[in-house]
Design a protein around this ligand. Structure first.
Ligand code: SF4
Length: 363
């Protein structure tokens, strides 16, 4: 059990952190709303995705699904399409499922207490505490990776194995519960996460500008556990396009619903390793999925070569290029199609002159 700080120290730490937050917080769009649904969406997107990416995607998601009810009534493929490129698609599926649960079981109104939020699909301790404290002012502490790092460094808690990790985690939970300011729990929680994200970063913490430097026992000397290194891999996929009477079409393949990774999403047909493809590599892209950095060779194949080489024909479909953008594409498929000039980027959509390349330029 953690030795909790005496009340004077707690009061001082709250004051120091909230003062710092007022002057240093980033102007993020979800900090201008008390709508629990909008805060919920931001918290789910921010898990595993960079803030800069979330800013753009959060607005688009809320424009398309402005309420829990709108999200609940949406088709899952439309939700996945809007999530495309953010990765970790289970988050979108759980968000959708939870919206349906709220619509069916809570008369469309999100529960406000953290303990009730916690019962919804995909809402864990962290997300429930974040929504309840920020949207409803419930005095409950959040503990994410940032909070754990900051408080471990303040106290000098280290772990060397799984048992040690669990013990540190428990001490951090007790410490954060004692620290959270009951008068401003939402601001306090956002402030401590902001401190971890911008000052007490995993590498090179900026102790000189830290509001808690006088409270900190380690001052940058804490041994933060190293992350598992990324591995590398090479894969190949087929870009197959043809010009039908209706316009350019691209061959896409739907991942099996039973697949544990990105089930039901659309991708380019893959080429088996070692397969000899007559055409040359059209281009390569780099793409990271979880702990793997992929180098992806993209072959532009004429349609008659596909059936013998690429993917699973039963799950393939010719899709008009103009419709592909709105589909639940994997991040890699979206990246390849954009690189091939077949999808509009946000820069394109802002200019009127986007035109896909002629098919003969691709094959
Ligand atoms: S003083 Fe340095 S190590 Fe300690 S909490 Fe602040 S930034 Fe982190």
């Amino acid at each position: 059990m953690a030795r909790l700080p005496i009340p004077e120290i707690v009061a001082r730490m709250r004051h120091e952190l909230l003062d710092w937050y007022e002057s240093n917080k980033r102007d993020l769009p979800w900090r201008h709303t008390n709508d629990p649904y909008a805060i919920w969406v931001s918290e789910i997107m921010l898990q595993q995705t960079r803030v800069a990416v979330v800013i753009e995607r959060w607005k688009g998601f809320l424009e398309r699904f402005p309420t829990v009810q709108a999200l609940a009534k949406a088709d899952e493929q439309d939700v996945l399409a809007l999530w495309s490129g953010l990765g970790y698609y289970r988050r979108a599926r759980m968000l959708h499922k939870a919206a349906q649960t709220i619509n069916a079981g809570h008369a469309g109104k999100m529960p406000s207490a953290a303990t009730e939020l916690r019962k919804l699909p995909g809402i864990g301790l962290y997300t429930a505490a974040a929504i309840a404290s920020i949207a409803h002012g419930e005095s409950v502490a959040v503990v994410d990776g940032n909070v754990e790092r900051v408080l471990s460094r303040i106290r000098g808690w280290e772990s060397h194995d799984a048992v040690g990790e669990a013990a540190v985690r428990r001490k951090v939970e007790e410490f954060s519960t004692a620290l959270v300011d009951p008068r401003r729990p939402g601001d306090f929680n956002q402030a401590i996460m902001e401190l971890g994200a911008t000052v007490c970063t995993p590498r090179n913490p900026q102790c000189l500008v830290c509001p808690w430097r006088t409270e900190c026992r380690t001052l940058g000397e804490h041994k933060t556990p190293k992350r598992a290194p990324m591995t590398r891999s090479e894969i190949a996929c087929a870009l197959v396009v043809w010009e039908s009477d209706a316009g350019a079409e691209v061959l896409l393949e739907q991942r099996a619903a039973t697949n544990t990774v990105m089930p039901g999403m659309w991708e380019l047909p893959s080429l088996p390793e070692g397969d000899v493809v007559a055409s040359e590599v059209r281009f390569t892209v780099r793409h990271a999925i979880m702990q793997v950095n992929y180098t992806v060779r993209v072959y532009a194949l004429p349609p008659h070569e596909v059936s013998a080489t690429a993917g699973n024909a039963a799950d393939q479909r010719w899709v008009p290029v103009a419709e592909a953008s709105a589909m639940a594409l994997t991040g890699l498929a979206r990246k390849v199609l954009t690189r091939a000039g077949l999808l509009q980027t946000s820069a394109h959509s802002k200019s009127a002159g986007f035109a896909p390349p002629a098919i003969r330029e691709l094959v």
